[in-house]
Write a protein that binds this ligand. Structure first.
Ligand code: NAD
Length: 434
């Protein structure tokens, strides 16, 4: 099959490379000429484990192409995927669909023959209907089927998630389109991956319902963590104790500084807006958003409590800035709330992140960026772990202790054990553990 992928970001590039790896011929298109030039030169513009190799192999095999020009690829495509961004619209939290609609307009002017137009972007219920209306207006003669195929990959494990997903959701009513989608995902069919065919609106809603549920689950364990601290219980044991119950499940029960990232914050807000507009408000999700926002800001106070002193004049070393490990993505990372809140209390911040520094430099002010974790600890009064990169799990703690002004660690990801840390002479604070 021939695929045109409009938008070559985290989702478009991973999906495009994986479809090419399934044997299809894929052209990834992006307006960002620098990004495309870099890909054409054999580079990869984002950090995602395994992606560089996958891209290189499929380029070499003659199945994966990159272009700033949509025309040729769209004309020859069996399916055009829209994988552009849907950020929060300033002010009201609605998903900003301007990129999606602009892409749809452009594609409408180009399609030839029976073509699927598939939204991979996360879009609110009814967006597929709007895209259909755009095609009816711009190209009433076009033979297209508008399909919803939300993406559930996680950054940091994106290729594995795309190739071995828990399920694939396809919102489609047209029989011909269903066959094309089956063909595109044929290798997953052979693996017996559940492929769920639904109506388009249902499919659009499934994506938001999934993300909002996960955001709520994280927020729930975070509140349990606060309660654990207040009553002298251990949140990790609580999480294990409830997570072994199959009805609850053990994933997404890691207490921490609050969820962030490129999806949960904007998708929870968008669902809240959709629900309000539809006259069916979702108070659980509204509360989740509120609790999570407050939590990220409150983390600076937690750091202050660890030294039982004002933060003014102290140096805080920060380990990890990206919203999760194994990505360079800084969108809505908790560090973007925590670091400014520490600075507002007068702390000086020096930080290290394995992959996120380039992005972080554009988003954080007055931070001294260091080149390894030991540099970030040197001369610090407090060391704060914000992101649980694997390399922070096995630090030379004796060396860290010698380098620091005083051995105070605030571990917002619970990667160390309180007893061990105390035995090593650290004043150690974590989340939800005595
Ligand atoms: P991104 O910002 O990394 O990439 C979007 C790309 O689209 C950019 O490179 C941009 O230049 C390009 N673009 C915008 N308009 C264009 C146009 N008209 N023509 C060509 N290119 C255009 O975004 P992302 O993280 O890949 O997310 C894309 C969508 O997928 C969003 O709706 C997001 O919610 C959803 N999603 C993201 C993830 C994730 O982990 N990042 C997971 C699942 C779903």
């Amino acid at each position: 099959m021939h695929v045109a992928m409009i938008g070559t970001g985290y989702v478009g590039l991973v999906s495009g490379a994986c479809f090419a790896d399934f044997g299809h011929t894929v052209t990834c298109i992006d307006k960002d000429a620098d990004k495309i030039a870099r890909l054409q030169a054999g580079g990869v513009p984002i950090f995602e484990p395994g992606l560089e190799t996958l891209v290189a192999q499929n380029v070499k095999a003659g199945r994966l192409f990159f272009s700033t020009e949509a025309s040729e690829a769209v004309r020859g495509a069996d399916a055009v995927f829209i994988a552009v961004g849907t950020p929060s619209r300033r002010g009201d939290g609605h998903a900003d669909l301007s990129y999606v609609y602009a892409a749809a307009e452009e594609v409408a002017g180009l399609v030839e023959g029976f073509t699927l137009v598939v939204t991979k972007s996360t879009v609110p219920v009814g967006t597929g209907d709007e895209i259909e209306a755009i095609f009816n207006r711009v190209r009433p003669d076009a033979d297209v089927a508008v399909v919803s195929n939300p993406e559930f990959l996680r950054e940091g494990a994106a290729i594995e998630d795309f190739k071995r997903p828990d399920r694939v959701v396809v919102g489609v009513t047209d029989d011909r389109a269903r066959e094309v989608m089956r063909e595109l995902y044929r290798p997953l069919y052979l693996n017996e991956t559940p492929i769920i065919f639904t109506g388009r609106r249902t499919s659009e809603l499934i994506k938001y319902a999934a993300n909002a549920f996960l955001a709520m689950k994280i927020t729930y364990i975070n509140e349990i963590a606060d309660l654990c601290e207040a009553v002298g219980a251990d949140v990790q044991q609580v999480a294990r104790g409830i997570g072994l119950d199959n009805r609850i499940g053990g994933k997404f029960l890691n207490a921490g500084p609050g969820y962030g990232g490129s999806c949960f914050p904007k998708d929870t807000l968008a669902l809240v807006r959709t629900a309000r507009d539809a006259g069916a408000p979702m108070e659980l999700i509204e509360t989740t958003v509120k609790v999570n926002d407050a939590r990220k800001k409150a983390m600076a106070e937690k750091v202050g409590r660890a030294v039982e002193a004002e933060l003014a004049g102290l140096t805080v070393g920060v380990l990890g800035l990206t919203f999760k490990p194994n990505t360079d993505d800084m969108r809505d990372a908790p560090s973007l709330d925590i670091v400014p809140a520490l600075q507002a209390r007068g702390a000086k911040v020096q930080a290290f992140d394995p992959e996120g520094t380039h992005e972080a430099r554009q988003l954080l002010r007055d931070v001294v960026f260091k080149s390894d974790p030991y540099d970030a600890a040197e001369g610090a009064d407090i060391l704060v772990i914000i992101t649980e990169w694997d390399q922070f799990r096995a630090l030379d703690l004796d060396r860290i202790k010698l380098l620091m002004n005083r051995p105070v660690m605030v571990d917002l990801r619970n990667i160390y054990k309180p007893d061990d840390m105390r035995a090593r002479g650290f004043t150690y604070t974590s989340v939800g553990r005595a």
